[in-house]
Design a protein around this ligand. Structure first.
Ligand code: FAD
Ligand code: SIN
Length: 529
């Protein structure tokens, strides 16, 4: 057994920033299943939203966030997010994060559904710059032990409290115990056949929490980014929303701008609206993609603002200066996750969650662009303050959480089959457009898989463990999507196309029972406050 004061699982913006904020006299383990830099955070493009311009205000940022969230944001959490943003940005600058500047002042860009230019950025690779600075600082701190290629498997729970995690590293399996455990494992885009997320985004933290009976909410709300590159042989590389913020146009294959037919804000309508409009346009034309034309920006703006996008597109024979980019929607961000309060506490004592794996309530049914990195920073800071207030807890020596011996692995062909079928199942049944029939059939398949993955031989090897997690997450997703008989934000049901005011509630999934029974066990609760 390895003992620490705090264990952080995940090395994206949320995990790295939490590690830096915790007291320096604590022994901290920062675990990550690949290397420190592989995360969605590293891939972030557009930037970080914060009110820093004199023409902007907290009120406007709050209003934009609430409007995008379609009636499901927690107002208190949104106020915290917006009001604490400028202080976190100043800390990043002090840490050495180099945001772009214009005439000596921080440069800000526009993204969809923001009423002001408020997105700080580092060209079109903001995540890379952010992670660079955070990683350098983490690596210089002797009290933070970074453990790469360490896969967290399950939570250590005893006497109604979390005491750490079971970890597989260097071919060994061990319990790591700590006074507090912080899940910063990111999202689960890999549950979908088309995603902008890296391979590590398999929903591990959410699945671990669900298995431990920790409350999870709003899993039906998955954000589909409207514009991911779609070209045979190329990855679903994100084409940042900031290109539309700077003036790029969406065209159908007949060469027509179409967004104003769907929303008066055109290309800058909320992300869910743009994604559905593109999807509709693709269906009308029977086309696999639409086009994103950057020519209106001019060469100088493209060079200065989007050098990374230009370079990646060039690799796939697209010259963005002279031709439009083929794009289509892809799963991008999970609004739901592990329920937390304003201090990042979950429903299980000793367990915190932060970043995309958490559901703080700031995003509601549809996240406002560039509020996610901000959420990582703001809530990491609050968790550190809370942990410090509570002080270290004495770790129970008597607790014994379970065996660590590796058993016989399950059949790899079955793992591979589920791993490759599940993302297509979720994409088709629970993608941009959903209905009762598709969701019910998919849930039945996933429940059969669930039966398999609960056997102990599914806890051997990373592929089986991640596939097991994806099955748990897919069940939570399908169950919640089937339960919510309305359309709201990113959740669109063709059989219930209207927003129903009676559904202005979160879907709360709690306890092991949700994973075994159909709808009846999904509970709803009124919005807080
Ligand atoms: P991540 O950054 O995904 O990190 C999760 C970490 O957990 C990884 O290190 C992973 O390896 C580790 N991990 C997972 N499971 C385990 C396990 N079992 N054991 C050990 N380690 C584990 N948001 C914005 O606000 N602005 C943007 O411009 C923006 N652009 C984006 C562009 C792309 C392409 C993508 C994919 C997302 C973008 N987002 C953006 C969203 C944002 O980047 C993410 O929501 C945010 O970075 C999540 O941070 P995180 O720390 O919670 O998770
Ligand atoms: C983008 O650059 O379009 C992504 C921004 C985000 O997901 O917030």
């Amino acid at each position: 057994m390895k003992e620490f004061d705090a264990i952080i699982v995940g090395s994206g913006a949320a995990g790295l920033y939490t590690a830096l904020q915790l007291p320096s006299d604590w022994r901290i383990a920062l675990l990550t299943k690949e290397n420190l830099k592989l995360s969605s955070s590293q891939w972030a493009q557009g930037g970080i939203a914060a009110v820093i311009d004199p023409d902007d205000s907290f009120r406007l940022h709050v209003e934009d966030t609430l409007r995008a969230g379609a009636g499901l944001c927690e107002i208190e959490a949104v106020n915290v997010l917006v009001e604490e943003a400028p202080a976190r940005i100043r800390e990043l600058i002090d840490l050495g994060v180099e945001f772009d500047r214009y005439q000596g002042r921080l440069a800000v860009t526009l993204e969809a559904a923001h009423s002001r230019r408020r997105i700080l950025h580092a060209a079109d690779a903001t995540g890379k710059e952010l992670v660079r600075a955070l990683v350098e600082d983490v690596q210089s701190q002797p009290h933070i032990q970074v453990i790469e290629e360490a896969l967290a498997i399950d939570l250590a729970v005893d006497s109604g409290r979390c005491w750490g995690v079971l970890v597989e590293a260097n071919g060994r399996r061990e319990w790591y115990t700590a006074s507090v455990t912080i899940l910063a494992t990111g999202g689960a885009g890999q549950a979908f056949a088309h995603t902008t997320n890296p391979e590590v985004s398999t929903g591990d933290g959410i699945a671990m929490a669900a298995r431990a009976g920790v409350a999870i909410q709003d899993m039906e709300f998955v954000q589909f980014h409207p514009t991911a590159l779609l070209k045979p042989g190329a990855p679903r590389f994100l084409i940042s929303e900031a290109v539309r913020g700077e003036g790029a146009h969406l065209l159908n294959l007949a060469g027509e701008r179409f967004m104003h037919r769907y929303d008066p804000k055109g290309e800058l309508a909320p992300r869910d609206v743009v994604a559905r409009s593109i999807f509709a346009e693709m269906q009308i034309g029977g086309d696999p993609y639409v086009l994103l034309d950057l020519k209106p920006l001019g060469e100088a703006v493209i060079d200065h603002r989007f050098p990374n996008i230009a370079q990646v597109c060039r690799r796939y024979d697209i010259d963005i200066y002279s031709e439009p980019i083929p794009v289509a929607p892809a799963a991008h961000y999970w609004m739901g996750g592990i329920v937390t309060d304003l201090e990042g506490r979950t429903s299980l004592n000793g367990l915190y969650a932060v970043g995309e794996s958490a559901s703080t309530g700031v995003h509601g049914a549809n996240r406002l662009a560039s509020n996610s990195l901000l959420e990582c920073l703001v809530f990491a800071h609050r968790i550190a303050a809370d942990v410090q207030r509570l002080g270290k807890q004495k770790i129970q020596e008597v607790v014994h959480f379970g065996p660590t011996a590796l058993g016989k692995p399950c059949d790899p062909a079955t793992v591979d089959r589920i791993r490759s079928e599940l993302p297509w199942l979720c994409w088709q049944a629970c993608g941009i457009i959903r209905d009762h029939q598709g969701l019910t059939a998919a849930l039945e398949t996933v429940r059969a898989w669930k039966h398999l993955v609960q056997q102990s031989d599914w806890t051997v090897g990373r592929n089986a463990l991640e596939t097991r997690n994806l099955v748990f997450v897919a069940e939570l997703l399908l169950n919640a999507a089937l339960f919510r008989t309305e359309s709201r934000g990113a959740h669109y049901r063709r059989d219930y196309p209207e927003t129903d005011p009676h559904w202005a509630v979160h879907t709360l999934l709690t306890g092991e029972s949700i994973l075994q029974s159909p709808l009846g066990v999904v509970k709803i609760r009124p919005l807080l406050g």
